[in-house]
Ligand binder design. Structure first.
Ligand SMILES: Nc1ncnc2c1ncn2[C@@H]1O[C@H](COP(=O)(O)OP(=O)(O)OP(=O)(O)O)[C@@H](O)[C@H]1O
Length: 493
């Protein structure tokens, strides 16, 4: 299966193109009425004093335009079409009617406690001003994080400077949305984690872990962390701001690939996750893991396809690192499915090292090339979580399939087998794997991999478009059926 005809492929980043067309002229200073806008709409002075000139309608602009239409509030519910609260903007309505939910949150429309926390959260600290991780019994802090990358010229990110563009996805713990940071026109990802019943233990733990994340300096294989906050008025939620990766996670790419295969059943070309791609992804994951451990003694503990993100520049980065064993367990109590990539020693409660992440990488590779989770696919779904855990511990190690449909190189087979050794002491370490033949053979293929990422981006867009059309068609058919049924009922009466 291939990526389709190259002629279809447009290598440009849609986002960048859109952003270039999103001109943001600043309303001249001293315009008093723009300040009154702030207090009404809840916009920060920066956002409120800018006017957004949306690009003219053409297919290339649909993405951003649609993003504005489909904004979500913090609960993931759609919010009304924005009326940009800008003086002199032709389509502007009465300022007093501007929707309050245009921005995420703001001091002006929040309770006093939240206002305090939100205004403080993204204020930068001095370089050496790291916050000491909290102890179990320490009270949670409402604000403590700053950017670890110079996100914008004045290095602060105010929540109220963000405009939500659309939902990216959700996992067991939260929902991720795409947001525009208006002052520098950057797209970022915002993860919102609802904390039920104000669970103090979970909050403390999350805050501790976010504090650790904050201390990690940017690395080419780690998703940059821009800031986080805990809001405790209304819904209790933790908001994490991070780098946006425009090809999404490997699980998302795998789903798109499966739909692509279903639509193009006759095509029998090379699979998307070919050996070069798997090698480059593995290399990036191993380098990220190595950096986290060598520099910060952080063990990732949650390597899986949804935590490996890709962008069209050809970068592969890991996210959601530093989640402690305690935290994973507390989430696993509530949510089924988080433990599936756990290594045998972890399940058995034995000493856990970075080799646990090596096991997870092995499972992830099998899943990418076969399209199925190795311990539960092929019509052999485990009978609940206990059965799955039992399989990991007691059954033979997962392996790449060796039937006539699958021809894997000796290097790749050996690499996967080396990752999936059940006895942790016999399993290879991260540094050993970094010099494995499977990694070194493909290491120089940066250009090919970049090209692959761009093609993925193209197919993601294509898939989105097809699904949107399918949905619209289904809605139309449903409406027509309803109308026909109504007409038949009327005729009978
Ligand atoms: N920084 C990001 N850039 C782009 N997409 C992202 C980013 N972070 C997350 N996503 C997407 O959002 C989805 C949801 O992420 P989230 O971290 O909430 O859950 P998850 O990793 O899928 O599952 P879990 O909660 O079990 O870890 C991911 O699957 C991924 O596709």
């Amino acid at each position: 299966m291939s990526f389709g005809t190259p002629s279809l492929f447009q290598g440009k980043s849609l986002q960048k193109r859109n952003l270039k067309q999103l001109s943001i002229p600043v309303v001249p200073e001293g315009n008093k009425s723009s300040e009154s806008v702030n207090s009404v709409s809840g916009l920060s002075p920066t956002v409120a004093s800018m006017k957004l000139s949306l690009p003219k309608a053409d297919s290339g602009n649909l993405h951003l335009r649609r993003g504005f239409k489909k904004r979500l509030n913090l609960d993931g519910q759609s919010i009304p079409e924005p009326v940009l609260p800008v003086k002199n903007y032709p389509s502007n309505e009465n300022l007093a009617t501007a929707p309050q939910s245009f921005v995420v949150s703001s001091p002006t429309n929040s309770s006093p406690s939240t206002s305090t926390s939100l205004t403080q959260v993204f204020t930068p600290l001095e370089d050496d001003d790291y916050v000491k991780p909290l102890g179990d019994n320490d009270p949670p802090q409402s604000s403590f994080i700053r950017s670890n990358e110079q996100m914008c010229t004045n290095s602060t990110i105010q929540l109220q400077d963000l405009v939500q563009l659309g939902r990216i996805g959700s996992g067991n713990s939260g929902t991720v949305v795409k947001a525009l940071h208006v002052p520098d026109s950057k797209i970022i990802a915002k993860k919102v984690i609802a904390v039920e019943n104000n669970n103090q233990l979970v909050i403390n733990q999350l805050i501790r872990e976010l504090t650790i994340m904050k201390s990690v300096h940017p690395h080419e294989n780690i998703v940059s962390f821009y800031g986080a906050t805990y809001t405790h008025s209304g819904n209790n939620e933790i908001i994490i701001l991070m780098e946006y990766m425009n090809c999404g996670s490997l699980d998302k790419i795998l789903s798109v690939y499966k739909r692509f295969c279903a639509r193009n059943a006759a095509t029998t070309e090379e699979p998307w996750f070919n050996e070069m791609v798997v090698s480059k992804i593995s290399y990036a994951v191993l380098k990220g893991l190595s950096y986290l451990y060598e520099k910060y003694k952080i063990i990732h503990r949650d390597i899986k396809p949804s935590n490996v993100l890709i962008n069209s520049k050809g970068q592969v980065k890991i996210c959601d690192f530093g989640v402690s064993k305690k935290m994973i367990n507390s989430i696993a109590d509530t949510f089924v499915g988080t433990s599936t990539y756990m290594s045998p020693e972890r399940i058995q409660g034995n000493v856990y090292s970075t080799k646990g992440d090596v096991w997870s990488l092995g499972l992830m590779i099998i899943e990418l090339v076969t399209g199925e989770f190795p311990l539960g696919g092929h019509n052999d779904t485990p009978n609940g979580i206990l059965d799955l855990l039992q399989r990991i511990v007691n059954e033979p190690s997962p392996r790449l399939p060796s039937d006539h449909n699958n021809h894997f190189s000796n290097e790749m087979v050996n690499f996967v087998n080396t990752c999936c050794v059940k006895d942790e002491s016999q399993r290879s370490s991260i540094s050993e794997l970094l010099s494995h033949n499977f990694i070194t053979i493909h290491k120089p293929k940066d250009k090919e991999f970049r090209h692959w990422c761009k093609k993925v981006k193209f197919h993601l867009k294509e898939d989105k478009q097809i699904r949107r059309e399918d949905n619209e068609r289904a809605k139309l058919e449903k409406k027509q059926l309803e109308r026909a049924a109504e007409a038949a009922a009327t005729a009978r009466r």
